[in-house]
Design a protein around this ligand. Structure first.
Ligand SMILES: [Zn+2]
Length: 73
């Protein structure tokens, strides 16, 4: 069994889910095929945005959970 099993990965840049590794795909371990072709500066910019969005999403989830708990009490 030589074929590496592809797995779902989330792009650090655009947060898209993609399969990795795929033959002939330009996707890398951290970036999907589209973002892997961006120049370094643009990629860094998007990566920064994505990080902030994910952080905000996580915080929002915490708030929502608190609200749900409060409603349940
Ligand atoms: Zn991407």
């Amino acid at each position: 069994m030589e074929s590496e099993e592809s797995q779902k990965r989330v792009c650090r840049c655009c947060n898209r889910t993609y399969d990795y590794p795929i033959k002939k795909s330009l996707a890398t371990r951290f970036y999907c095929a589209t973002c892997s072709q961006l120049d370094k500066d643009s990629r860094g910019l998007f990566e920064g945005f994505n990080k902030r969005l994910r952080k905000m999403g996580a915080e929002l989830e915490k708030v929502q959970q608190k609200l749900v708990q409060r409603d349940a009490e």
